[in-house]
Design a protein around this ligand. Structure first.
Ligand SMILES: [Zn+2]
Ligand SMILES: [Zn+2]
Length: 267
């Protein structure tokens, strides 16, 4: 969009909210829309609320006709084995959140995504902490060698990480994973309901649990955990727009809330 057309847009108002500036034009009907009215269809095109509802209804009925496959993990009709379906689910959540969100419409399981989320968080989280501990220990060794070389007594020698706390730090991941899933789902669902979401608690649980597949990325040293959180937010953002029919602005607000709660309460 050129500067001049953006200037023209900013002087125009949303078709639904007369006192709010428009940020975009519906690619279907051409209606002007504000951030709160701005949505995306399943192809990622900007659409107004009524065109989006229509697109979602079409997608929903397609899903009911079985034209859309559920999330691979639940796609038991497919010929592929469990391992292949898990990998395909991870690929979808991490690389293609838009397709993931559409396939959620055809998905219905609760236990499968919950077990999937639990295993991904325990796997990624444990490796992430093992990296933490290893790097800390390496740092300690390098420091002590430097101290021996200079032969000086340091004013405050670095302490060897305590074994008990180190073990507890790594081994508590499986317990924290329960808490993370429980709280993540609760915050997501409560936020979505407040934002006018129309989906059920089951759908919120599915969105959160599948998006937690991003936690396998936490196995990467140093940057892994940050990457996992960012990728999960993208999957949540795409998922909320479909299962709760939230607009971009509202989905963003709920994702930010979810992000802040994650940072505050679960490391
Ligand atoms: Zn429209
Ligand atoms: Zn509006």
């Amino acid at each position: 969009m050129s500067v001049s057309s953006r200037q023209i847009l900013s002087q125009q108002h949303c078709a639904t909210h007369e006192d709010v500036h428009a940020v975009a034009k519906c690619t279907q009907c051409g209606a002007l829309m504000c951030l709160d009215c701005h949505g995306f269809d399943e192809h990622g095109m900007a659409v107004c609320p009524s065109c989006r509802d229509k697109a979602l209804q079409d997608t929903q009925s397609q899903a009911e006709e079985d034209a859309i496959r559920p999330v691979p993990l639940e796609d038991t009709d497919s010929e592929r084995g469990l391992a292949a379906r898990i990998l395909e689910t991870l690929r979808l959540v991490i690389i293609n959140p838009l397709e993931f969100s559409v396939r959620l419409l055809a998905s219905n399981s609760l236990l499968r995504p919950l077990i999937f989320a639990y295993l991904c968080i325990v796997f990624g989280g444990t490796l992430s902490r093992i990296w933490d501990v290893t790097l800390e220990l390496e740092g300690y060794k390098i420091f002590m060698e430097a101290v021996e070389k200079t032969n000086e007594t340091m004013p405050s020698p670095m302490e060897l990480p305590d074994r008990f706390w180190t073990a507890l730090y790594v081994m508590s991941v499986p317990f924290e994973a329960f808490f993370r899933i429980l709280m993540g789902t609760a915050v997501l669902h409560a936020g979505s309901v407040v934002a006018g979401g129309k989906g059920s608690l089951r759908k919120s649980t599915q969105v959160y649990a599948y998006s937690a597949g991003a936690f396998v990325l936490a196995m990467l040293p140093m940057v892994g955990m940050t990457m996992a959180v960012v990728v999960q937010i993208f999957a949540l953002f795409a998922g909320l727009q479909v299962v709760h029919k939230l607009t971009v602005g509202r989905a963003m607000a709920v994702c930010s809330l979810s992000f802040i709660m994650t940072i505050l309460f679960v490391r």
